[in-house]
Design a protein around this ligand. Structure first.
Ligand SMILES: [Zn+2]
Length: 163
């Protein structure tokens, strides 16, 4: 009688390891019976590895213009970012992406973004987490400041036309 737990490091041709918990499961399984995590599609398993560092850098410096979205194959989102970059929404969404990319573990990220990421230094993650939090606080302040300047300019312009 075959016991699957005895030779747990050996997989037969119809078996694989769960990418989340590492349990040996059927290769055709879409969801791991042990941890319940959805297994990546075969196309994703064959796709090339993406650098998490490059993704974070693109999101931080070029997020307004879709940056990382083009890199991780979210082309539609990338194009929408380019079109709506003036609204600051793509920048904010990119910063939120960085928050999850710097906090989640690599398996969770692979599932969330449907990618095969190569992990990066913890220090780099911490740095960009902090930078993103600062930027998320700064962006509304900057928008508000320009809004106030704009109103002041209009009001003072209206006053000067009466003089
Ligand atoms: Zn599992």
């Amino acid at each position: 009688m075959e016991n699957s737990t005895n030779n747990s490091m050996v997989v037969s041709s119809d078996e694989k390891f769960c990418h989340s918990c590492g349990e040996k499961i059927k290769s055709m399984a879409e969801i791991c019976p042990k941890c319940g995590v959805r297994q990546m599609a075969t196309t994703t398993a064959n796709s090339e590895e993406k650098s998490l560092l490059v993704t974070i850098l693109l999101a931080y410096f070029l997020g307004s213009f879709g940056g990382h979205n083009f890199y991780i194959d979210r082309t539609t989102k990338g194009v929408l970012s380019v079109v709506f970059f003036m609204t600051c929404v793509p920048a904010i969404l990119s910063l939120l992406d960085i928050l999850s990319m710097t906090r989640l573990n690599i398996q969770a990220l692979n599932t969330k973004y449907n990618q095969k990421f190569t992990d990066c230094e913890k220090g780099v993650k911490t740095l960009f987490f902090v930078l993103s939090v600062i930027a998320l606080i700064a962006i509304p302040i900057i928008i508000l400041s320009y809004g106030i300047l704009f109103i002041v300019a209009i009001v003072s312009g209206a006053f000067s036309s009466y003089v």
